[in-house]
Design a protein. Structure first.
Lengths: 326, 254
């Protein structure tokens, strides 16, 4: 049970994050008002603020952060590279091209999310197809293909920004910087996150082995090929869902898994749920700050994730006496 | 008691003929040494024996069934491999690493229990890493890491143990101790052990069977006292040798 202590602490952080997200804002609400609005009662203005504005937004932030951190952990194992993050396979670039094209053609109103999702999925499938066209794919090959695709998308994005009319530019730039947008309850993301956590948690023990290398995993009884394909599918789906909801929010997917590993959560049975809690909690706090610090102006949430996470990460990195693998 | 049989096994990599229609059985209680020059295909053969790659021709049979048709999990319960080198991308502790060996024995819903932990600690004790449970693997020296990899294989406790250059990075004392330990598994616990070795004299001292790979498809296999002849060894390594001891036999380049 000693092993579950970090998870309990992270759970408290998430509960605190949700409380802050629901209480704080341009209209201050008391604890009683929020609880009333969440339940059946409460007066109508508070009910609208909590149920239709703050709760959906808080859940979106939590899901995006949780998905990014979970996908980051999975991809770091799949590519056996500590520098892997959810966007390493060109996913965010593909999503951005999809979203910007939708804005450019004026289709944004009806299908911005769909276009971004399609772009993200298209990009990951392209990378996967290209990387394995020579038969079996190796992590390095996959990584290189992803990086090349990302720069291809980058060039395309620069082109779209150049030809886009002036009045679209600000919206496009903000989309790419990543922001949690107000909206309905994010049911697709909630479902994807729950399903992904469940499936990947069941695979946690094989993941512990895969992290030691394919050969070691095979000789200790892990059927590596289907596992790799499944991981890839999960990563593609998770990243596409997160990018659709919030654009590309940097930092969370790369750093949260490492942060937790530095804290001693190395077994994936603990690391994966901890990633969801820590990534979700971090983005929840960051988004609450993003919409209140500079109110009424909103800051891109990526600025806040960096401001909150980087000092913590550097502190842990410097404090940890353990030698990092070279 | 698991048996591994090679039936007309043919293995080619690039221009190298590792073996050609080789019939051989690795039986319980035998300790084999695989000898050959660099690039003669020793590691490739060992990986093929572990089912990590498919042979060019012929087949491998574990307990009478084709290795290619068996699940990795079922193979891993009976056959284990010590890879030539291991590299860690993520931090891990010594005990966690040894415990990985229990994976094939634990059900899908299960997790490591006290017995598994005891087996892992016992294996760590046998390779001289007792009490190092919580040490970070990244802080170990090359030789200590090698002993940890051997402990992981001992924790897996398969009937057939394939070891690729187990003496890599080991000092003289640990070379003798650990090859002795592996040979002892065959003699005392009726395990089948197959080691790729570069040290001819360690092989002559501890192994009872020997397989020589000449790299041109020809092989010599059999009990050491029959096949370890100076002329074959000189042909194998391409250098003149001088025998310096009789029991066990030992050679030096002359």
């Amino acid at each position: 049970m000693r092993r579950a202590v970090p998870l309990a602490a992270l759970l408290l952080l998430v509960i605190g994050g949700f409380a802050a997200a629901l209480l704080v804002g341009s209209v201050p609400l008391s604890f009683g008002e929020v609880m009333g609005a969440l339940g059946a009662g409460g007066d109508p203005p508070a009910q609208i603020i909590v149920r239709e504005l703050r709760l959906p937004r808080a859940l979106s932030a939590f899901c995006v952060g949780g998905l990014l951190a979970l996908v980051g952990a999975l991809l770091q194992v799949l590519l056996r590279n500590p520098l892997a993050d959810p966007y390493v396979l060109g996913t965010s670039g593909g999503a951005a091209v999809g979203a910007l094209l939708a804005m450019l053609t004026g289709a944004a109103g009806i299908g911005l999310g769909g276009a971004a999702f399609a772009g993200a999925l298209l990009s990951t499938l392209l990378v996967f197809g290209l990387a394995r066209s020579g038969g079996d794919w190796a992590p390095t090959r996959l990584l290189l293909t992803g990086i090349i695709m990302a720069s291809a998308w980058g060039a395309l994005i620069a082109f779209i920004l150049t030809i886009a009319p002036e009045q679209n530019l600000r919206g496009m730039l903000f989309w790419m910087m990543g922001e949690i947008r107000p909206g309905d309850l994010p049911w697709p993301a909630i479902l994807v996150l729950s399903a992904m956590l469940l499936v990947s948690w069941l695979l946690a023990r094989p993941l512990n082995l895969l992290a030691r290398g394919e050969q070691q995993a095979l000789t200790l009884g892990v059927d590596v090929k289907p596992l790799r394909n499944l991981l890839y599918l999960l990563a593609a789906l998770g990243t596409a869902t997160a990018v659709t909801l919030a654009g590309s929010v940097g930092f969370v997917g790369l750093v949260v898994p490492h942060l937790l590993r530095l804290l001693g959560l190395r077994d994936h049975r603990l690391l994966l749920p901890a990633c969801v809690l820590a990534g979700g909690g971090l983005l929840l706090l960051a988004d609450t700050l993003a919409r209140t610090l500079w109110a009424p102006q909103q800051l891109p949430v990526g600025i806040l994730t960096a401001a909150l996470g980087i000092p913590v990460f550097l502190f842990l990195l410097l404090r940890t006496r353990a030698v990092l693998p070279s | 008691m698991s048996r591994l049989q090679l039936r007309r096994l043919t293995l080619r990599i690039g221009l190298v003929d590792v073996c050609d229609a080789l019939d051989l059985e690795f039986a319980p209680g035998q300790c084999w040494a695989i000898l050959g020059r660099n690039g003669s295909g020793k590691t490739t053969l060992l990986h093929t024996l572990a089912g990590l790659r498919s042979p060019t021709g012929g087949g491998l049979y574990l307990d009478g069934a084709d290795l290619a048709t068996q699940s990795r999990r079922s193979i891993a319960r009976r056959l284990g491999l010590l890879p030539q080198d291991s590299r860690d991308a993520f931090p891990a502790s010594v005990l966690e690493t040894a415990l990985l060996g229990r994976h094939p024995h634990i059900g899908f819903w299960g997790s490591e229990d006290a017995t598994d932990r005891r087996l892992a600690q016992d294996a760590l004790h046998r390779v001289g890493l007792a009490g190092w449970d919580e040490r970070d693997v990244a802080t170990l020296s090359g030789g200590e890491r090698r002993r940890l990899a051997i402990a992981t294989l001992l924790t897996q406790d398969p009937q057939i143990l394939l070891l690729d250059e187990p003496t890599n990075h080991l000092d003289l004392q640990h070379q003798v101790e650990l090859v002795g330990l592996v040979a002892g598994l065959a003699q005392q616990r009726q395990k089948t052990t197959v080691m790729v070795l570069h040290d001819l004299n360690l092989a002559a001292r501890f192994a009872d069977h020997c397989l020589m790979l000449f790299g041109d498809g020809s092989t010599i296999a059999g009990p050491c006292r029959e096949v370890l002849q100076q002329r074959s060894l000189e042909r194998l390594y391409g250098v003149p040798l001088r025998q310096v001891a009789q029991k066990p036999p030992a050679w030096l380049p002359s």
